[in-house]
Design a protein around this ligand. Structure first.
Ligand code: ADP
Ligand code: MG
Length: 377
């Protein structure tokens, strides 16, 4: 993969695809600017090397030019962070000159998500060089992430470079033992990741609602727990293939409703009675999982251990996050909700690498080629 070291940008206009898909509240205020912050090293390096920047980014999934998906609040925040003027180009046909210019939401263009070559030509006509730093969008073949990369001298920005190197490093040459901690809501989304780790990891710890299809496959009662029906057969297959590597919870915290004020009880074991749902892993599970994490050489974590947004069910995720933060291992965290959990517990700076990509980090760890990355090779 080509990097900034392979590009001459002095005096050139560089089209930089960034991932500025930030959360906005009703009043259009940015509630978390981590993704903007994460692109700053690349943007600063390019400017120091004499480039003028033309930024391209998407925000949400607009159906047409809906104003609530405008990048204006993002341009304003970036201007504050860079300490310079950032102009917003409303239309591709009228892009102002300037040291830092941002195109409006690329998903306002109907051809963007179709990887339309004509749209890519219009992007390319606006710049001399292309840099992709949008790791979070690299698993999509879109006009601003894939097609345009073939039309200009192109390379990865520093964020994309670091994401790919770190996540590939886990697959290729991890310090052992390699431990995967997989949780969250959907087994079917994460089967590919489990398969990849069955081949490579020494231990796979399973928490969150992920564990219920496994328990169901083993013949346990799951009560009203979130248990994906389509996940049960894949869970059974994984149990047969790799049961010596898998560790499932041995106790649970259950609630009657998905609500912070609901009745709560500890279940010593993993059979959940009717009328209850398992919403967190229990204290004995935490102890076992934390010990595995403490003696790991590398930890990859994706997916919370429970419904951590609800205080009565946050303890398991908090304790595992703390164990990962305290572990001397190389620790890599992927997934939007896992990142949010780390931030909520004030531990975001205590892991080796916090990936900015949800889907992209999972696909990379699964060993799938990412179109946005392949286009830079
Ligand atoms: P990530 O974004 O890190 O990949 P997911 O999106 O897969 O993680 O899962 C996060 C969600 O899973 C959280 O909203 C959390 O509330 C939910 N979750 C975790 N455990 C449970 C559970 N036992 N029951 C219901 N929801 C759960
Ligand atoms: Mg999520």
């Amino acid at each position: 993969m080509r990097t900034l070291d392979d590009l001459d940008v002095d005096g050139k206009r560089v089209l930089v695809r960034v991932d500025f898909n930030v959360p906005l509240d009703q009043g259009q205020k940015i509630t978390d600017d981590a993704r903007i912050q994460a692109a700053l090293p690349t943007l600063r390096e390019l400017r120091e090397n004499g480039a003028k920047l033309l930024l391209a980014a998407h925000l949400g999934r607009p159906k047409d030019r809906e104003p609530e998906f405008s990048l204006r609040p993002v341009a304003e925040r970036l201007a504050e962070l860079l300490g310079t003027d950032v102009k917003l180009a409303e239309s591709l046909d009228d892009v102002p000159d300037g040291d830092v210019v941002m195109l409006e939401n690329v998903r306002y263009e109907p051809g963007e998500t179709k990887n339309d070559p004509e749209l890519a030509k219009r992007y390319a006509a606006l710049a001399d060089v292309y840099v992709n730093d949008a790791f979070g969008a690299a698993h999509r073949a879109h006009a601003s992430t894939e097609a345009v990369a073939h039309l200009l001298p192109s390379a990865a920005g520093r964020l994309l470079e670091r994401e790919v190197a770190t996540l590939r490093g886990i697959l290729e040459d991890p310090a052992r033992p390699l431990v995967a901690v997989v949780g969250g809501a959907k087994v079917t989304d994460k089967i590919g990741v489990l398969d990849a780790f069955l081949d490579r990891a020494d231990t796979i710890l399973i928490g969150g609602a992920m564990c219920f299809p496994f328990f169901k496959a083993q013949g346990h009662e799951v009560g009203d727990s979130l248990c994906e029906e389509e996940g049960i057969e894949p869970a059974r297959a994984i149990l047969e293939q790799g049961s010596d590597k898998l560790e499932l919870p041995v106790d649970l915290i259950a609630g009657q409703e998905f609500d912070a004020d609901t009745a709560v009880k500890t279940i010593d074991g993993v059979d959940v009675p009717a009328g209850w749902m398992g919403l967190d892993i229990g204290a004995r599970s935490v102890e076992r999982f934390a010990a595995v994490v403490a003696s790991a050489g590398t930890v990859f974590w994706n997916g919370p251990m429970g419904a951590f947004e609800l205080e009565p069910f946050a303890a398991g995720t908090r304790a595992i996050a703390e164990a990962i933060a305290a572990s001397p291992a190389t620790t890599v965290v992927g997934g939007g909700d896992s990142a949010a959990a780390l931030a909520q517990f004030g531990l975001a700076d205590d892991v080796t690498h916090l990936s900015t990509g949800g889907g992209a980090s999972l696909e990379l760890v699964e060993g799938k080629p990412l179109p946005g990355v392949e286009a830079l090779s």
